[in-house]
Design a protein around this ligand. Structure first.
Ligand code: CUA
Length: 345
């Protein structure tokens, strides 16, 4: 128990010290996270109580029954069995376990509740090595990495993996749910405040597991409606304004990038959907969205995200061409509603 507690303390320190904005289970901003924190506190208090009792009894026995001077050959009274004592130390743990189990099981079923209202927002989430795909059901919106949601509303997620087991975890607003290749798991998330909530894959899934980050972007209902409209009005073939970006667009097509990626509501998803790529604040999960980083990504994705499916799957491009493609991708900014505009964080 001591070890478990030390581990819990260490985890809390690690989580609170994380540089990522909004990546903590200890400062909940959502319904699921509230439930999680309540359970964390409840179990910690009970564990501390058990630890205290055990340590007190242990200390008393150590001092009181230590070997004393002149008693070297003394053999204490030998006791075998004690019905009362055994009953007490069986019943107390059962009660403690019930106090932990009942709220835990209740919360588990509550958070996996599938009884979504017919007009609620449903998003199909697909975990991939090493990125996330989001399909807004019935809305003709497909996107990756940034999950836009309206604040204060329950958003129902139907989750599956296209390859190995991942786990969807946005500690500040929700609990954690495994994302499996064979069966669909469901959960809902509900952000209570506007903001950008960092999410991580929480199941080891390969060499770039630790880079499989994503964001939940909670905005007001009006902003969300605006975002939906912006995303639905994207013309995947639209010609960029600058000539460099136009050249980038041609190179993007010539190099068959669209055989894996998609722009617009096409469901192709071997690689991330790029409809609003330029609106994202990060690239490859954790890198800043800069042209320099994007050029490096296009030329050598393996150096940024080992084991990703893009490595070696497209013709080599020169640095000059990569720069043009980067210009094209970075101007894919269909919406004014971006992570930077969401809330204060
Ligand atoms: Cu996906 Cu770890």
């Amino acid at each position: 128990k001591l070890r478990a507690f030390a581990l819990l303390g260490l985890t809390a320190i690690v989580l609170s010290a994380c540089g990522k904005e909004n990546l903590t289970a200890l400062d909940p901003k959502g319904y699921g996270a509230d439930q999680s924190l309540y359970l964390i506190i409840l179990t910690t208090v009970i564990m501390l109580f058990v630890l205290a009792i055990v340590m007190i009894v242990y200390t008393i026995v150590l001092i009181r029954y230590r070997k004393k001077k002149g008693q070297e050959d003394f053999i204490p009274k030998q006791v075998e069995g004690n019905k009362t004592l055994e009953t007490v130390w069986t019943i107390i743990p059962i009660i403690l376990l019930l106090i932990i189990a009942v709220p835990t099981i209740t919360a588990t079923f509550d958070l996996a509740d599938e009884s979504a209202a017919s007009d609620s927002l449903n998003v199909e989430v697909t975990g991939n090595q090493y990125w996330w795909h989001f399909n807004y059901e019935g809305q003709e919106i497909q996107t990756s990495q940034d999950l836009y949601v309206p604040v204060g509303e329950r958003v129902y997620l139907n989750m599956m993996s296209s390859d190995v087991i991942h786990s969807f975890w946005v500690p500040t607003i929700a609990g954690k749910m495994d994302v499996n290749p064979e069966n669909e798991n469901t959960m809902y998330i509900e952000a209570q405040e506007e903001g950008v909530y960092w999410g991580k894959c929480a199941e080891f899934c390969g060499p770039s597991h630790s880079l499989m980050d994503f964001k939940v972007i909670a905005v007001s209902q009006e902003e969300f409606d605006q975002w939906v409209e912006d995303m639905q009005n994207v013309d995947p073939e639209a010609e960029p304004e600058s000539t460099v970006a136009q050249e980038g667009q041609s190179l993007f097509q010539e190099n068959n990038c669209m055989s894996c990626h998609a722009i617009g509501s096409s469901p192709a998803q071997i690689g991330p959907n790029l409809t609003n790529f330029g609106d994202r604040s990060t690239l490859a999960g954790v890198e800043d969205m800069t042209k320099e980083n994007l050029v490096q990504w296009i030329m050598d994705p393996e150096s940024m995200k080992p084991g990703n499916k893009m490595t070696g799957n497209y013709p080599e491009v020169s640095e000059d061409d990569a720069g043009k493609i980067a210009e094209y991708l970075m101007q894919l900014e269909p919406s004014e509603i971006t992570p930077e505009s969401a809330g204060t964080e």
